[in-house]
Design a binder for this molecule. Sequence first.
Ligand code: URA
Length: 291
Amino acid sequence: MPRTLDAELRRALAERIRFYNELGIYDFYRRGVPAGADTVVADLEVQDNQPESGDEMSPRKATAVAMPVAVEENIFEVIAPKPEQGVSDPAKALKIIREDLGDCTRCVLHRQGRKQIVFGVGNPKAELMFVGEGPGADEDQQGEPFVGRAGQLLNNMIKAMGITREQVYIANIVKCRPPGNRTPEREECDTCSPFLMRQIAVIKPRVVVALGAVAAKTLLAMNASMMQLRGRFYDFRPAGVRSPDWDGCKLAVTYHPAFLLRDPRQKGEAWKDLQMVMRELGLKAPEKATQ
Ligand code: URA
């Protein structure tokens, strides 16, 4: 009988596997279930019971753990080969991921009023990717990320970097609108983000910009405040995806455009983040048109 793992343990295992992936270790072998397999739970000491929404959180402590020996079969999905692997055309590979997603019912968001799945939009070979939190009402209506007011601001931010929206790729951590635009739950992020990880692995950007704390914390699997997260690059490899021909990319964190609409005084800080990204990509801001 397959044993069911609770969400926290599942996440901890996924994280542990991600850590091994980062070390270049992809192959894991399943031993028989030993007597007293429940000790797996005790062995796996992951301290992450911080509140979900608070901004001031200490970085998660990654504790040394024994590699668990008895886990439910599908936990290994995070490193199993994906159907798009080996497809060299990124547009086709993205289509395969979209088909794999199907009319998704993997989390509760599918029955909480979503009109449609908002997969992602843009250049399948983009050097720069933006990742937001989840679709709002406009995005849910139109099936495209960042098309509402926050999207207008994101477009302006992209333009200020000297590039166009069509040159980049834009997606979200969750692909279905959370009701009332609430913050997506950890479980929803964990269920949906593997598809985003696969999109990133196909596009192979040079830089990913995480817009806001939900995107940053999910992509980096790390609990920290925006103040702690911004202002530097992270080496990033999408979790759970084998990318033998790609070394990963840089990831920067900046404020979510919706936050900047609420607190425009932070736009200068966001611009500093984007300038750091521009330097990395060798981009120059367009000269201001003379009045
Ligand atoms: N906010 C997001 O995080 N994503 C969108 O697509 C729109 C608004």
